[in-house]
Every structure is written in C-alpha cells, then in structure tokens.
Ligand binder design. Structure first.
Ligand SMILES: Nc1nc2c(c(=O)[nH]1)N[C@H]1C(S)=C(S)[C@@H](COP(=O)(O)O)O[C@H]1N2
Ligand SMILES: [Mo]
Length: 150
C-alpha cells in the first residue's frame, strides 16, 4: 500500500503534545480496499490490552489520518504504539489508539477507555494550553482542531 509521511502534532487532552514526521498508510486507502457496507459510519479501534476508541468515518477520511508504523523514518517503537497505531492529528490524542489489534466498522459512535471516564466522544481539540515536548515550552492552542501553528 502507498506509504505517506505526515508531519503532525499529536495533542493530548492531558496537556502535552509532540510534533513528528509519522509514516504510514492513509486510512482512506485502507478503507477503499476493504469495501465497507453502506451502513458503516464509524470504526472502533482496539488494542492489545483492551484499550479502545471509536471515530466517525467522516473524521477518519481526512487526508492526514494514517495507520502509522513509523516515525522519523524508523519503525514505530513499542512505547509509541508500535508495530501499528492510529494517528488522528485533529482530534485529542486518546483517539490515536496504540498497539492496534482490531478495527471494527460499525454504524454508531461508542464509548471507549477515556470516553467512559468523562472525555468527549467527538474529541475535537479545543483552545487552551499545551506543553510542547519538542521545545519544552508551554504554548497556547488558539483555534480548535489540529494544532498547526507550531
Ligand atoms: N492502546 C492505547 N492507546 C493509546 C493510549 C493508551 O493508554 N493505550 N493512550 C492514548 C492517549 S490518552 C494519548 S494522548 C496518546 C499518546 O500517544 P504517545 O504515547 O505516543 O504520546 O495515545 C493514545 N493511545
Ligand atoms: Mo492523552
């Protein structure tokens, strides 16, 4: 499958974020090849260990969403979700499920590990502050959505 590199910031709702060049396959390319049913509107991502989260196909079809297997040209380390993780740069980090073991297409939004503990199911990044791990500085998040400013 065609490999792409996305230079993106992964932004955690818990107040830290990191920018990196992530390597992987566009989720849209993956979806094309599996021919989903008409009724599929969401995908649930599950990990080894039981963590899970659900994202709408509308969000997953954005061109910067990838199934990620590398960073900075190297295989994705276990600590960062290797061998395979999801990367959704415009949603809070808890949607970027690490250590993928299963992807289930479904017709509805569901809870998940953090969603069941009070975090939003939509997970749209909101304005506030983030500690940028690259520069070790606290920076404001001005708009909503993907943090592209730094
Ligand atoms: N399987 C699994 N995926 C996960 C998590 C987790 O605990 N388990 N944490 C999530 C959260 S809250 C964030 S912010 C990001 C953090 O990714 P990183 O460890 O590469 O910084 O991974 C997400 N994916
Ligand atoms: Mo997070």
């Amino acid at each position: 499958m065609p490999s792409v590199t996305v230079d993106a910031r992964l932004t955690s709702v818990s107040g830290f974020s990191v920018r990196a060049p992530w390597d992987g396959v566009a989720f849209s390319e993956f979806l094309k090849r599996i021919e989903p049913l008409e009724s599929a509107s969401h995908a649930t991502f599950r990990s080894v260990g039981g963590y899970e989260s659900t994202v709408s196909l509308e969000n997953l079809l954005k061109p910067r969403v990838i199934l990620c297997y590398g960073v900075e040209g190297q295989p994705l380390e276990l600590e960062y979700g290797g061998p395979l993780r999801l990367l959704v740069p415009h949603l809070w980090g808890y949607k970027s499920v690490k250590w993928l073991s299963e992807i289930e297409l479904t017709d509805r939004m569901k809870g998940g590990y953090w969603e069941d503990r009070g975090y939003s199911r939509e997970a749209e990044i909101e304005p506030g502050y983030t500690f940028d791990m690259n520069t070790r500085k606290r920076r404001p998040i001005r708009g909503g959505g993907e943090v592209t400013e730094f």
